[in-house]
Write a protein that binds this ligand. Sequence first.
Ligand code: PEP
Ligand code: MN
Length: 363
Amino acid sequence: MKAENWILNFSQERHPLLIAGPCSAESPEQLMMVAQAVKSMGIQVMRAGVWKPRTRPDSFEGKGAEALQWIRDVKKETGLAFATEVASPSHVQLACEAGIEILWIGARSTVNPFTVQEIADSLKGIDKIVLVKNPINPDLALWIGALERLNRAGITKLGAIHRGFSSFQKSRYRNQPLWQIPLELKTRYPQIPMIGDPSHIAGNRDMILEVSQKALDLDYDGLMIETHPDPDRALSDAQQQVTPDRLLEIVRHLQIRDRSSSDAVFVNQLVNLREKIDHLDQELIEILSNRMKLAEKIGDYKKENQVTVFQIERWNEIMKTRPEWARLAELNGDFIRELYKIIHDESIRIQTEIMNKESETKS
Ligand code: PEP
Ligand code: MN
């Protein structure tokens, strides 16, 4: 994908890019109040939903085109740049006419390639920044696919927004972050800025700082934080919006760590520690190789004695004892449980191969 780094236009030396503003534009007064507060904090981009995709009918669906006039007025008064969600070609047209600088595709649109393609087609020949929220389901290919459709339509100022993934399971998050998915996207397309959306991940205002910090520690390029003058009375996403005062506190608390340091002591120490890790990893691989060789022997032995590869009692014993040993060694039990599932899968694969090979030679 051919992408340009548009983030520098807004943030220059400042990292990360902050986007703040209400879930939805509700009234001219609400929008202006947030805009003035946001501007006084040195934030340059404001968000405001104009058309709201709601899960259930009869929820507040945004003020629509009427809100675009309020955005125009706020832009004129404050000079702030704006970001809003578009879900159809007519949204694109109206948002562009209103001079909105950043468009984003919402999580419910990213899941639908027809919708994304229509939006992409409507953007042909238009030089806009377009951000793509992750799809509501944990499917990296869909997320990438949407970015590719836009890129093929000529959009090079692309960005991704990580807003978490819905799940039937109860969790402390409104949308589970599944950090490995955005990290995979970042690894494959390092040129596409990644923006965290702690508001939609957390779903409640008490967790915004924690989720924002985590995103910054994973080297995200920006954060989008829903901000409302009176969050409890917000017409959408009331629980997760913060007041401008709270936003200021969050911004002040956030630790912005350097990507790297050229300090010689730091670099030396890092090289030292990494060398130690390299040695340990070599040992770890040797141990795993020895363990798999034993699994092979067991496979031969089971075959000779006509015993099944998988034995539930043995597996239960491993899953009981290893996390206990791990705790004694100050390791996280869940981590060891997950690790043993992978190791056990590989043992079974090796043993199954042995069984099949032998029966092939016999037949
Ligand atoms: C929003 O940003 O207010 C929104 C509707 O987000 P999402 O598409 O992530 O649900
Ligand atoms: Mn919202």
